[in-house]
Write a protein that binds this ligand. Sequence first.
Ligand code: F6P
Length: 600
Amino acid sequence: RIAHHPVCPMFNLIGWVDVGSSHSEDIRFVTDTEDLLNVKATAVVSKSALISETPAWNSLKNHLGHINKTHLRDLLKDKDRCEGMIKEYDGVVVDFSRQRVTHETLEKLLALAKEAKLKEKIESMFNGEHINKTEGRAVLHVALRAPRYEQIFCDGKNVVPDVWEVLDKIKDFTDRVRNGTWVGVTGKPLTDVVAIGIGGSFLGPLFVHTALQTEPGTAKSSKGRRLRFLSNVDPVDVACALNGLEQETTLVVVVSKTFTTAETMLNARTLRAWITSALGSEAVSKHMIAVSTNLKLVKEFGIDPANAFAFWDWVGGRYSVCSAVGAVPLALQYGFETVQKFLEGAWSIDKHYHNAPLEENLPVLLGLLTVWNVSFHGCSAMAILPYCQALQKLAPHIQQVSMESNGKGVSIDGETLPYEAGEIDFGEPGTNGQHSFYQLIHQGRVVPCDFIGIIKSQQSVYLKGEIVSNHDELMCNFFAQADALAYGKTREELRAEGVPDYLIPHKTFTGNRPSLSMLLPTLDAYTTGQLLSIYEHRVATMGFIWGINSFDQWGVELGKSLATRVRTQMNAARTKGEPVQGFNYSTTTLLNRYLKGKTQ
Ligand code: F6P
């Protein structure tokens, strides 16, 4: 665009070129018309500077040398330091004093957040701006847990009433199934539910279900009911999901944002055949319901749209557990009230993320610390270690939330990143993990750990004659592991213990391995919602700092389209005996052996 500058005598300005990008504007001063035309011809859309090119990033890089000279053993002696690193919000306590940071590091990380315009990006998310640029979508999973009276706008429309319209419909439907008003075609109550879905349409609901099934209150509200998940297209998973179930008493929920995902749709057809083979085709309307953004395809599949629960394109698949994706199966199993408490827990953290100053903001702090570990210390993995068996599906869920969101190689403007983004997330509940991969964490690679502990367990076992209860025993390990990683064990200590010289190198622990400890008062629907929201916003924070789009997932598309090619050829080979072609030697050989039904 060419516009006349109002006044600028100093430069004898005759005009300006505003390249008009949505990023930083490139304004160049020119002195005559020829210059102006040159600038106009060469004007390109300028892009936001990569975060690694900013002074705040360089300052952290320089600071790393200082931190590398410190040891957690010494840092943990500083009471003031530690005091400032234990933060609390709405019952959640986070202690990051075992991170390799000083107050100076934190200041520098907060300066990085400022440089990355973190506050503004969080604001844009809550304002419904289309921050998922490659898909032209808003990112508003926070609206899914907003109370009725809240207003959250997307494209000029308050979406909260739409959210509540669906929630009210879910309450009404699930109440009717649970109280036996809605029954199967033979008149029997539907006590069992199979939720078909994959990725975000499965992992979040499974995580929440696993967290709640042993909690006394929710266990009571689910008495006599069974909830199964069917995700993998593997026939073994079908067999596991249906094991012991009867068509007459089973309700199938097909959960798919797009309603096109190959695995989910094949599983949906398989279970439709399972239902109709026993009960006839009219049974579908009573025994199959759907959750999707694509109500047209739901109808084409044969499910009555009246029995479908909608959500919206501003909900990313991996961020959809608070939509009907999680709400329908969880309300069927535990009752709508439980779902509401779960949403309230998530909303409590959403408000905190939106409003709390960055230096007090739990998800922001966790996100910044992870950026510090990944981008500056070079730690490519992170372990999620809940000392709580009911959180056994937390790590698999966060794996998708984090790795599908931040596993990117280009900036939001499409520039190749000169630094790694994303991290490898894995985890197991303690103490099981201790007897599996902790060896590597203690003496092998440096893997920052999240230790998550629960103060009041869902269950209590205290055997007479034992020193501590089972839960205390579990928590002893929770406290011990974080210190073992931080302090390690020195040669001197080993010598003092009389360890023979030849064993000293093997028994030495370097220590200085970062971790953070999180304590929740208990594990129920509310705190499960809090935990979910903390991790979701932590991941968003990391993406905002790295300057990537954490809300698309183009990386999963290539594999899907290649599978389509294989599927077409497999079908032609099986039905018409056509030879497979167009693949490399390796794929052709293995595919032929597979089609032959034997390896030789
Ligand atoms: O694996 C890619 C993905 O698109 C995920 O993002 C999503 O959660 C999953 O597939 C399932 O998609 P849908 O809900 O559309 O079936």
